[in-house]
Design a protein around this ligand. Structure first.
Ligand code: NAP
Length: 290
């Protein structure tokens, strides 16, 4: 790749950023589209977020992704916030605009596009959502805004599940999110569900654990979607398959949140065949075979 006086810069701000896969997505796309654009990770120390955002603007940076722990904190450093991101309360993409950056959330539409691409439909479904952290909140918003029939939101801390359910139900004008204690899974109705795994249990290097181990729970799942992509075959996915369900990892969610960010920065729409080529590049980088 040739870097010259016209090269535009995009990047990722977070802490840590050393293990990010986002440069693979954006630099592959820039190469395929012959865009003179480079994407780099920026490790931002605690207390330096304001300087990072202002500095990015001063340096004429085109756009940024934002990761842990700054997805909510960054909101007060922006000149505009997209309605969806405002509602979710988290921003993972900054787009340069007049006087600063506008914040977007591409995690939620990214998950939706990933699910569509796998042929998973959420409209009208009954869903089990495991977790009530930042990612689970975005999933709860996605479900509530896409006409899911009911979401059983199971979390270790019931208070956190209740808080997320209350907020999402209120903001979306629904009562479809139903909070439950994780250990009460045996109280779920006798039927099979789409289950979305949004806890951090099972994430590398904790690869031998799932948030629930009881096979009776997995008998209730026809499709299991784990947001974790490292490892690419989680214990949760193995337990779903062992009871006859279909199982997916979260790499396509990562792919599409990146694709949507790239589309926003460059005001283009990335064709599906190109997105899938980027996905192949991601899988190669992560040594995933399937
Ligand atoms: P987070 O805000 O820290 O939330 C963690 C969640 O996991 C909470 O619900 C927490 O329950 C639960 N949890 C943690 N340890 C547990 C344990 N031992 N037993 C039961 N529950 C436990 O994290 P996050 O940002 O939401 O991320 C969650 C996962 O999603 C991570 O694995 C992350 O890698 C993945 N993710 C993937 C993508 C993607 O693009 N594919 C994007 C975002 C996130 P309590 O509330 O009870 O503590």
């Amino acid at each position: 790749m040739l870097i010259d006086g016209h090269t535009r810069t995009c990047g990722l701000i977070g802490n840590p950023v050393e293990h990010t896969m986002s440069p693979v997505i954006h630099n592959t796309l820039a190469g395929m589209l012959s865009h003179n654009l480079v994407y780099v990770p920026f490790h931002v120390e605690e207390g330096c977020l304001r300087e990072a955002v202002r500095g990015a603007y001063g340096l004429n940076i085109l756009g940024m992704n934002v990761t842990v722990p700054y997805k909510s904190l960054v909101m007060k450093e922006l000149v505009q916030i997209d309605e969806l991101a405002e509602k979710i309360g988290a921003v993972n993409t900054l787009v340069r605009c007049e006087g600063g950056f506008k914040g977007y959330n591409t995690d939620m539409p990214g998950l939706y596009r990933a699910m569509c691409s796998e042929g998973i439909q959420i409209e009208g479904q009954e869903v089990i959502l495991l977790g009530a952290g930042g990612a689970a909140r975005a999933v709860a918003f996605l479900c509530a805004s896409r006409g899911v029939k009911r979401v059983y939101l199971l979390n270790r801390s019931l208070e956190r599940a209740q808080a997320v359910a209350l907020e999402v139900n209120q903001k979306c004008g629904t009562d479809c999110i139903y909070p439950m204690q994780l250990t009460d899974y045996h109280k779920l109705p006798e039927q099979r569900f789409l289950a979305i795994q949004a806890t951090s249990v099972g994430l590398y290097p904790d690869v031998d654990r799932a948030v629930l181990e009881d096979e009776a729970f997995y008998k209730k799942i026809h499709t299991g979607y784990d947001l974790i992509y490292k490892p690419s075959d989680t214990r949760f996915m193995q337990l779903v398959r062992a009871q006859g369900g279909r199982a997916y990892h979260g790499l396509k969610m990562l792919l599409y949140q990146g694709i949507i960010a790239y589309e926003l920065w460059n005001d283009i729409s990335v064709p599906e065949e190109m997105a899938l080529k980027v996905y192949e590049a991601l899988k190669k980088e992560m040594k995933i075979k399937d």
